[in-house]
Design a protein around this ligand. Structure first.
Ligand code: MTE
Length: 318
């Protein structure tokens, strides 16, 4: 069901998905698999050291369609998860997340932007312009996967919300609902699950808001109905089942930073040279593989993102 909200960016009645046409977002997401490369047009990167033209070309290259790595088996992507709102074990989210109700779903937007308010998923995501992005995902626990996501560039959503010049960071929260998310009855972390990005990281063409994977609607255990994907950062930055987006001036305090600030930093860029106190980050186990493989700086996406960290001490800003 579509929730009617007032959008300052004026979606005309004709463009709004009607209840009849809505058919649970599924067919749009299936069709997106066919769109793929070349659709990442009109990408915007304020403050980037790279030219817009160069970034557009790179964004198309980096949609991952030419990735050499084999895509991880869908069964692993759907059954080996971290989503502590549904339990601590890797198979808990698949077993327990059926209690999450993802339709209807609203996202509250506040902070330093012109278009504050409460929006439906359809208001935020252009389901006619979904792209497939095949990305490596590297968890800080030193395992990795290759996932064919379906979604839109986060920059497309941010442009609709019109952040002001005071917005230096964007902050996200997951739903809090102990009935739907039984794991929240345990104080593993201080709920809600929180994450954030610097504005230029959020606007980078690689950063997407995913609504599907393998051409299907996102499953609950993977963060339905919408979750962040930032492929050059450790997987924990990919906050799931988002209900709040805030544009803020100060660096947000993420869930993991609150829990263990000496172990988890704000940036969380994949970096084989900066070990985690409990895991070397030099290598990883690709799910489905027997041998470990070397971990790549920025998870292999340095060409697109290294410039964001020019002059920064990556050991201190881990
Ligand atoms: N988001 C929420 N709300 N809760 C979580 O526990 N876990 C994070 C991230 N997003 C998590 C979350 C971690 S640690 C990882 S590695 C990825 O989700 C895992 O995503 P996946 O289960 O889709 O592979």
């Amino acid at each position: 069901m579509l929730i009617k909200t007032k959008n300052a960016w004026d979606i005309s009645e004709n463009n709004v998905t009607s209840e009849k046409d809505y058919f649970s977002r599924r067919d749009f997401i299936k069709a997106a698999g066919l769109i793929g490369a070349g659709t990442a047009a009109s990408l915007s990167m304020p403050g980037s050291a790279l030219s817009q033209e160069k970034l557009k070309t790179l964004a198309n290259e980096f949609d991952g369609r030419d990735i050499q790595d084999e895509q991880t088996d869908a069964r692993a992507i759907l059954n080996y998860n971290n989503f502590y709102e549904f339990g601590m074990d890797k198979d808990d989210p698949a077993k327990n997340s059926h209690t999450l109700i993802t339709e209807p779903w609203t996202v509250t937007v506040d902070g330093h932007c012109e278009n504050r308010g409460t929006f439906s998923v359809e208001d935020l995501i252009d389901f006619n312009n979904l792209q497939e992005r095949i990305y490596r995902m590297r968890c800080v626990e030193a395992w990795s996967m290759v996932i064919p996501w379906v979604g839109v560039s986060l920059s497309e959503i941010i442009k609709k919300l019109k952040p002001t010049s005071n917005a230096k960071y964007v902050y996200f929260e997951t739903l809090v609902d102990k009935k739907q998310m039984p794991g929240q009855n345990k104080g593993i972390i201080k709920w809600p699950y929180r994450e954030g990005l610097r504005m230029d990281e959020a606007m980078n063409p690689l950063t997407i808001m995913a609504v599907g994977l393998y051409g299907e609607t996102l499953s609950n255990q993977n963060g339905a109905p919408l979750r962040l994907v930032v492929p050059w950062k450790y997987g924990f930055k990919g906050v799931k089942s988002i209900v709040k987006i805030s544009f803020v001036e100060k660096e947000p305090n993420s869930s993991w930073m609150r829990l263990a600030p000496h172990e988890y930093g704000f940036y969380a860029n994949v970096n084989p040279k900066v070990p985690h106190p409990r895991w070397s980050q030099a290598s990883e186990r690709r799910i489905g593989d027997f041998r470990r493989r070397d971990t790549l700086m920025y998870n292999g996406y340095g060409e697109m993102v290294a410039h964001l960290y020019d002059g920064m001490d990556l050991r201190r800003n881990f």
